[in-house]
Design a protein. Structure first.
Length: 202
């Protein structure tokens, strides 16, 4: 049986991943979740930093990573430096300190581009889910498990869900584009995006 709610849930998870990725962008204040987007290649597996050490925020503009295994210190340091977040870690034994630089105008312009790129990738993922749903519906039609009318109905329902999820991303992107030149509000927006599933409220 064709279950449109299954595809709706998949699309919603994509939107949630989009908001989580926003929280990983550097905004001038330390935020443990900003490292979520960085993966470290450990024993051939891409591993989140929070699975390799304890991340704390001792000061508003400093992140600390207490690495559990000495062998992973340089791997984590390298992954952070290779990311596009503009961070320069400082190593002290198994402790990695990460100063968070001020959010200047150049960085804000970079953030706008990064947010747009993340949004486009998320929309592509949502459209791929739509294609998956339509392919399943067509297979069911071919196998005569559903009628032509039912196939058209399912296609329209999935398109409506797709449009709704894409609109949510566009709305969040529009808000971010409008506030990217205000560091204080941008910080509130990105941090809020990680925890909220509804629209940003000032």
């Amino acid at each position: 049986m064709f279950d449109k709610n299954n595809y709706k849930q998949k699309m919603n998870k994509t939107f949630e991943a989009f908001t989580k990725d926003l929280s990983a962008l550097r905004t001038g204040r330390a935020n443990a979740s900003m490292l979520d987007i960085i993966k470290v290649d450990v024993y051939g597996q891409k591993t989140p930093i929070n699975q390799l050490g304890t991340i704390t925020v001792p000061e508003p503009r400093t992140l600390n990573i207490q690495v559990w295994n000495q062998n992973n210190v340089m791997l984590i340091d390298s992954s952070i430096r290779k990311s596009e977040m503009g961070l320069n870690p400082q190593i002290d034994g198994q402790l990695i300190r990460i100063p968070i630089p001020n959010l200047n105008e150049e960085r804000r312009n970079e953030l706008k581009k990064m947010v747009k790129s993340i949004a486009e990738k998320s929309k592509v993922s949502i459209r791929n889910i739509r294609r998956e749903a339509n392919d399943i519906s067509k297979i069911m039609l071919k196998e005569k498990k559903i009628s032509e009318d039912e196939n058209n109905k399912y296609s329209k329902e999935v398109q409506i869900i797709t449009d709704q999820e894409v609109k949510k991303i566009d709305e969040k992107l529009e808000i971010c584009n409008g506030i990217c030149y205000s560091p204080k509000i941008l910080q509130r927006f990105i941090i809020f995006s990680y925890y909220a599933k509804s629209q940003f409220v000032f």
